[in-house]
Design a protein. Structure first.
Length: 147
């Protein structure tokens, strides 16, 4: 299905509508899966390995009880600033993003790997990847899930 795109389609109101739509987890994951399918097909990728890692982003915002920005172990050595945590999986060796998850800054890394692996499998629709991560990926629960 081909759709023409006009300059008027890029208004602030249209962008707001798209962002509101993609802010819903189920819609984002569906979009992410379709996008990954197109990327794999267009570039004829035969991916075998997926790298998963986490990072943090600090800010000077005020902390709220249910907000993403929370005080936690600071990888930036700034325990005085609230942060959020980003977990991302990428195709190795190209580094093409597959999934990205943003969670509260006080969340530990260990429990983030299994949900990320589930999302990779759902998004790419292909089992049998070799998953590569840091020492936090070596938890008993993660190894049991992959094994």
């Amino acid at each position: 299905m081909e759709t023409s795109v006009r300059a008027l389609d890029f208004s602030d109101d249209r962008l707001a509508g798209v962002l509101d739509y993609l802010a819903k987890d189920e819609e984002w994951e569906r979009f992410e899966g379709e996008l990954n399918g197109h990327v794999m097909g267009v570039y004829d990728l035969e991916a075998e390995r997926v790298r998963i890692d986490t990072t943090t982003a600090k800010s000077y915002v005020n902390v709220t009880e249910d907000g993403l920005f929370q005080f936690g172990h600071s990888k930036d050595h700034r325990p005085d600033l609230p942060q959020l945590k980003i977990s991302q999986s990428v195709l190795d060796p190209l580094g093409i993003p597959v999934t990205t998850t943003v969670v509260s800054g006080n969340c530990a890394d260990d429990p983030l790997y299994i949900p990320e692996i589930k999302r990779v499998r759902a998004s790419l629709g292909t089992p049998g990847f070799l998953y590569i991560g840091d020492s936090k990926m070596g938890s008993v629960a993660t190894r049991a899930y992959i094994g």
